[in-house]
Design a binder for this molecule. Sequence first.
Ligand code: MG
Length: 415
Amino acid sequence: MTSEQGDRSPMTTESATTAFTHTHALPEGDVANESRQDSALNLASYAVSEANSRGRQFVEAPPQGRSEFQRDRDRIIHSGAFRRLEYKTQVFVNHEGDLFRTRLTHSIEVAQIARSIARRLHLNEDLVEAISLAHDLGHTPFGHAGQDALNGCMKEYGGFEHNLQSVRVVDVLERRYATFDGLNLCFETREGMLKHCSPDKAALLGELGERFLTNRRPSLEGQIANLADEIAYNNHDVDDGLRSGLITLEQLSDVPLVAEHLQAVQEAHPNLTGRRVVHETVRRMINTLVSDLIAQSASNIAAQRLVTLEDVRNAPALIAFSPALIARQRELKKFLHIHLYRHYRVVRMSAKAQRIIGELFGAFMADGRLLPTPFQPDVSQSEAGRARGVADYIAGMTDRYAIREHQRLFAVEEG
Ligand code: MG
């Protein structure tokens, strides 16, 4: 296997990382800055803060009137990859209906849930928001079917993993700033985005990959974003699944987590029908999961007697559901796997998606001249380097762009 590292230095070298050197002595009477001080006062000593941050890879002047983590969030929102999330999907492909979640609305829901949890636990809300909004930036078109297909195509060239790709987007692929590639986000934002990583990949990531090799945890903020993601998708897949008609409330009444809340809604509102029953049930489910996560995490944190952020990294994972809720969520996931993700209509779309991605990859690898000019490989590139470039191009596509690009390449009537 030929390695393409070296030409993408921000992913492989962390040595330039420097923590913020500026202090935040604020001018009196500055309203924006006062609110910054207030939120800083509410932070637990083990929360991520500007004071304990490992900072950005490239040193920059401090932001004015916003925190470093608010600046990260703002950079993410202004990125091209963030806008593309509007036309990328998880279960339902974009053209199937306007009301289904997209990766954009999913990311916003994750941010909302994560912020609620972070605030209650006195952790850094701005950081959890930034991580949540960025966590899916590296996703391929067509959800997990797309990821599996692209990973299969990249097998000989180091594989494709959406988590790593999210970091690659913010470290390398976004090119908006004059003096560096990527968004130059804070270490803790990138750390929170990298949920999983195999040891061989982690070894290439320097400081960012270290924790996977030394069995240490990310910040509590990173742990929150991870579980807020789970709360968001389990609940919106129930909602979207019902909307699509692929699953029914009757089927779901066999799943205890849903049944308990559905029954409470029906008892409280016997005449309620239709979508309102679904919304009332789902909002209660989200509320239960969020409250349970806060209570269990608060008690885990208290038991560890945490003082510093380093204590967090050395402790076991502390943001967690109670054992009872873990079991109930597992039953819901199992239901969704059997009845929604493996529904023949979803499987058909996944098969189409895999074909589209596989054929695009094959065509671009066979003849690099088919790629749009900015994506064309240069002659000096290794095969693995070319493959990585093709994977970057395909991963950046929205669902509909991939479908159109496939038509442009394979349909004879298209120009
Ligand atoms: Mg997600």
